[in-house]
Each structure stands twice: as structure tokens, then as C-alpha cells.
Design a protein around this ligand. Structure first.
Ligand code: NOJ
Length: 476
């Protein structure tokens, strides 16, 4: 339905000119402009080392948990693929950064592969790894693209996993050392740092459900990992503050609006429990509110790994929190499900379009999570550090006309703007992702890029969404 049709219909129905939220963004189509967000608003795209770099064993790099799992247990990846070559960014970073510049994208968010910098996890520094990121950073600066670094985007050194990984309390010191080496190497030129990417995803999928590396199904390891990763947020943040002058320090969380279709006591409680797992578990202890155990009693298993003094050390004053949103989670109560006592309602039952990840397209969800995080009293600023969609792309006459992705981005951005206009201190928006890349357990099938990659030839093709972003950024 168009805006005009809605207005006509609402006049007939006597509903006035009220536009429901879910249609609001669609109506903004064609109207939404970069300048609506203000001149200080930051724009970029985001990536992660294992998903784009390739060169998995080049120049002294050791295997990460993802290299290890993809090689030893290929069946863990739906397509039996791996990140050995990925987008070959390791050898093609110059052209890729030049393309960013050409497209007018001001910020490039990427992560550091711990295994390039410290192949043994700790100890000896691999100069070739440092050199690679120096070259990437210097190229960005030369092209006028601002580098934003994520310290950890899921690729723990396998040597450290062999010692228990994040379930070992020593992981806090290992991580501190990695952040220390990295910030000393790059902090003179890079001022924007994110400590972690989506801690809930890699702890839950990696240690409890076993879908992601290291592929463990072990509740005890999960609970311990949650606490050590929480502690590592503060530990990493403090190292960045110490080593980087004028640093802008953040960290990023996956967040989704959790809802139920039928309100009753049981379902509403299920929503509360799922909301703790999905949105609140990491951010609240970091903000100094402690673990939300009252609303999710299973968290007593996390709390028992706390040591005297931890409560204080978990707190860290981040300059910004990165919110990363893709979809909405609809649940109903099912007490048989361990820990959260809830199950998901299948996205296809919700009546909206579905992406290649089987995620519901739900623009209003990004507005809701922004408002939810903005309601915490001590978050100074929010940045949308990831948002995007995987749709089936078709290459026709050398072009990828991904109209669904363009619409998705416009609709979600409409909701981001709505939150900003309501006064949320929202500093920026980064699209996931610059390139099609290795989508973890899903392999290369779901394509999130605004630039397409032909993985056989490594050719880059700017999609219609890339052209749209470029024009949007140019103010056209
Ligand atoms: C979140 C993760 O940070 C990223 O690695 C992933 O590819 C996207 N979401 C899409 O699933």
C-alpha cells in the first residue's frame, strides 16, 4: 500500500491521517536523505576477519577455532565450505578499500585476526600479522576511509581453545594481552575501537548449542564463558583507554525485539526470560547493574563463577554501545526448553517477508531495540554497528538488481531515523556487509553484501544496493 492509498483508506474509515508504525518507514521511501540524520552522523559498512580475509595459514598465521572446526568437522558448516580463501581480502584489500572510497563510504569496520598477531595466542608477536593490518589501516587513511577496529569477532586461537578457550578464566588475561599488543601497534592511527562483537552469539552458539566454533555442547562451559567474556569487556576496554590517546571505545551486541503473539501470564514470562538471554545478559553487568538473575534464574550458574572483586571489574564506561539488529524474535512459553523455557514461533508464520537466513523482515524491530537500549540510564551513545539482509541475488547481464535489499535498508533506516528524531543519542549506522562473505555455519549461500563477490573469480560487482548507498551518501 502506498502513502496515498493509506490516506484515502483512512479517510474512508474515519481513522484520520494516523500512519501506523509498520508503514511509516515504507512511506519514507524516496524521502529519506542523509541530511535528515545530521552532519555528524557516521556512515559505514562492517566486516569480520574470518568472513573476508582468507589466507588462513599465510605469513605465520595459526589456525583459529573456525579454521580448526571447518577443517576437522566440515559437516558443521551446512555447505561444507570454509573461510580458507573467503573474499581473499588479505591479498585484495587495496582494491576493496579503493572501491569503498569510490562508493563514498566514510567508515570501514573490520576485525583483527588474533591468530595473525599472536599465533600462539599469547607470547611471541608475529610481525607479518602486524604489518598486514598496518597496510590496511594506512590504505584506509590514504583513501580517506576511517578505520574502525573490532578486537574480537569470534576467531579465538585454537591453541587457546585447547586450554579451555573462554571457559578458562585465564582467557581474561589472554584477551588483555591481545588487546594490549593490538592497541600499541595501531592505536596511533586508529581511534575507534570495539572490544567484542556479539558476545551472546559466540558464547551460546559456540559452547552451548555447538553450531559455531568451537562446536561444544556444554552448559557448564557456556556459563563459565559468559562470565569470562563479560569480565573481558572491562579488561579490554581499560587496555584501550590506557594505550590509545583520545580513543572512542565501544562494544557491540546482537539485539532483537522479543515479542509474543498471544499475551498471557506464561507467554509474557517466556518473553522476559528470552529477552534476558537475547538482549540483557551482557550489557547489564557491564553497565554496573549485575547479571539479570531475577528475571532468568538459570543465571545463578553464571554467578557462581564470580570471584571477589569481579562485580566492580565487570563495569566499564563505554563511550558507545553498538546495537546490531536484523529481525524480531517471537516466542511462546515451553517450560521443557532448558534454561529459557520458551520456543520460537516459526518466522514464516508471522506473515512478513523472510530472508535467506529464515529471519523475518521487521523494520519496526530496529526502532524497538534502539529505544530499549536508549532507556538504560548510563549508555552515553548508541551506534547501529550492523544491519542488513541476505536475499537471493541474481546476476543478469553483469548486474545484481537486489531490489529487496534496497527496500530493506530504506525501511530499517526509516525506523532508525524515527528513533533519532525522538531524541535518542544515535551516532551512526553501518551496513552488514560491504562484501558477500563466509556466513559462518551457513557457508557462502546467504549473501549480505552491497557488493557482490563471484567466489570463483573473486570479481566484485557493486549491487543496486551498493549504488543506492553510494547515491544516498552523496546526498542524491
Ligand atoms: C552478526 C555477525 O556479527 C556477523 O558476523 C554475521 O555475518 C551477521 N550478523 C549476519 O548473520
Amino acid at each position: 500500500m502506498t502513502r496515498e492509498e493509506w490516506l484515502r483508506l483512512s479517510a474512508i474509515l474515519g481513522a484520520g491521517a494516523m500512519i501506523p508504525n509498520e508503514l511509516h518507514a515504507a512511506f519514507a521511501d524516496g524521502e529519506i536523505k542523509r541530511s535528515d540524520f545530521g552532519k555528524d552522523f557516521l556512515w559505514g559498512t562492517a566486516t569480520a576477519a574470518y568472513q573476508i580475509e582468507g589466507a588462513w595459514n599465510v605469513d605465520g598465521k595459526s589456525p583459529s577455532v573456525w579454521d580448526h572446526m571447518a577443517h576437522k568437522r566440515p559437516g558443521k558448516i551446512k555447505t561444507r565450505e570454509n573461510g580458507d580463501i573467503a573474499c581473499d581480502f588479505y591479498h585484495r584489500y587495496e582494491q576493496d578499500i579503493e572501491l569503498m572510497k569510490k562508493m563514498g563510504i566514510p567508515i570501514f569496520r573490520f576485525s583483527l585476526a588474533w591468530t595473525r598477531i599472536l599465533p600462539d595466542g599469547t607470547g611471541k608477536v608475529n610481525q607479518a600479522g602486524i604489518d598486514f593490518y598496518n597496510k590496511v589501516i594506512d590504505k584506509c587513511i590514504k583513501e580517506g576511509v576511517e578505520p574502525w577496529i573490532t578486537c574480537y569477532h569470534w576467531d579465538l586461537p585454537q591453541t587457546l581453545e585447547d586450554k579451555g578457550g573462554w571457559s578458562n578464566r585465564d582467557s581474561i588475561q589472554w584477551f588483555e594481552e591481545f588487546v594490549d599488543v593490538s592497541t600499541k601497534a595501531f592505536g596511533d592511527r586508529v581511534k575507534n575501537w570495539m572490544v567484542f562483537n556479539e558476545p551472546m552469539a559466540f558464547t551460546m552458539l559456540g559452547y552451548m548449542l555447538g553450531w559455531h566454533a568451537p562446536g561444544k555442547v556444554n552448559f557448564k562451559k557456556f556459563y563459565k564463558s559468559v562470565h569470562h567474556v563479560t569480565m573481558s569487556h572491562g579488561a579490554g576496554g581499560r587496555v584501550i583507554r590506557k594505550n590509545v590517546k583520545n580513543a572512542n571505545v565501544g562494544t557491540t551486541f546482537s539485539c532483537s525485539s522479543v515479542e509474543t503473539l498471544k499475551h498471557n501470564k506464561a507467554n509474557d514470562k517466556a518473553v522476559t526470560r528470552a529477552d534476558v538471554m537475547i538482549n540483557r545478559l551482557f550489557v547489564e553487568p557491564i553497565l554496573g547493574m549485575g547479571y539479570p538473575v531475577k528475571d532468568l534464574p538459570a543465571l545463578k550458574h553464571v554467578i557462581k563463577h564470580m570471584q571477589p572483586g569481579d562485580e566492580e571489574k565487570m563495569k566499564f564506561d563505554f563511550d558507545f554501545i553498538g546495537v546490531q539488529n536484523y529481525t524480531r524474535i517471537v516466542v511462546k512459553s515451553l517450560l521443557l526448553v532448558p534454561m529459557i523455557g520458551a520456543i520460537n514461533v516459526a518466522p514464516k508464520k508471522l506473515g512478513h517477508d523472510i530472508t535467506e537466513m529464515n529471519w523475518e523482515v521487521y523494520p519496526e524491530g530496529i526502532y524497538k531495540v534502539i529505544k530499549k537500549f536508549a532507556a538504560y540510564p548510563n549508555i552515553p551513545k548508541l551506534i547501529v554497528t550492523e544491519n542488513g539482509a541476505a536475499f537471493k541475488d541474481e546476476l543478469v547481464n553483469g548486474e545484481i538488481n537486489d531490489t529487496k535489499r534496497v527496500q530493506f535498508l530504506k525501511d530499517y533506516l526509516g525506523q532508525v531515523l524515527k528513533a533519532k528524531k525522538e531524541g535518542v543519542n544515535l551516532g551512526g549506522y553501518f551496513i552488514w556487509s560491504f562484501l558477500d562473505n563466509f556466513e559462518w555455519a551457513e557457508g557462502y549461500r546467504p549473501r549480505f553484501g552491497i557488493v557482490g563477490v563471484d567466489f570463483a573469480t573473486q570479481q566484485r560487482i557493486v549491487k543496486a544496493s551498493g549504488k543506492w548507498y553510494s547515491e544516498f551518501l552523496a546526498g542524491k
